[in-house]
Unconditional design. Sequence first.
Length: 139
Amino acid sequence: MKRKLVVFSIIALLATSPAHAWKALSHYVTVPVIELGGGYASVMTLKDAETGPAKAAAGTNLGLLGINAGLGLTTLLVDGETALRLRTAHRIVGFAITAAGIWLSTATSLDDGTKDRHERYVAYGYTGFTVVPLVLFSF
């Protein structure tokens, strides 16, 4: 019964909201999941990797995730011209996160310390999911 109520509430909110509100709602729901996946893959790679490039990729990815989360939250809190500038920076860092995700996936693939470890597969999925917000908000 609760599930039906939640689904009905979401559908009602989306039906009565402005045209692009579904994008914002989906962004607020999915991005924390993507960020947690990227953070988890990066921390586990830092812990288990044997080579410098894998650890550098994980550290870079963690730094970019933190910067982008800060930019996104700040964008929500400010208005006007500042919000537009921060949103542009947020999108640029989003592209950099996708590149860092590709680097992380490649580095974990080549590192023997992450061979047959779950962080390798989490990094693959995370990299794929980082593309979704970029495509969603480009149109």
